[in-house]
Ligand binder design. Structure first.
Ligand SMILES: [Zn+2]
Length: 78
């Protein structure tokens, strides 16, 4: 019940993910991989999330996405 509530509020909060998959070419391109080019799938609910290889972490929230995009901008500016 609590977990279900957390899922509703924050999206997926499971901790078991597949090995990160890097998308190559223009074939299958899941939405989750569009951001970083790499994604993982939750082994519990099957949701797909962008994965940041540089930071070695899963991007699960909008805040994380903004942070990732901001860090990219910083790297490009440097
Ligand atoms: Zn999940």
């Amino acid at each position: 019940m609590i977990a279900r509530l957390i899922d509703l509020v924050f999206g997926c909060h499971h901790s078991r993910y597949s090995f990160p998959v890097t998308i190559r070419g223009a074939g299958r391109r899941p939405q989750a991989g569009a951001l970083t080019g790499t994604y993982v799938a939750c082994l519990d609910c099957g949701k797909e999330f962008p994965y940041d290889w540089q930071e070695m972490r899963v991007i699960t929230s909008q805040a994380d996405k903004r942070e990732y995009v901001a860090s990219l901008a910083t790297k490009h500016a440097a």
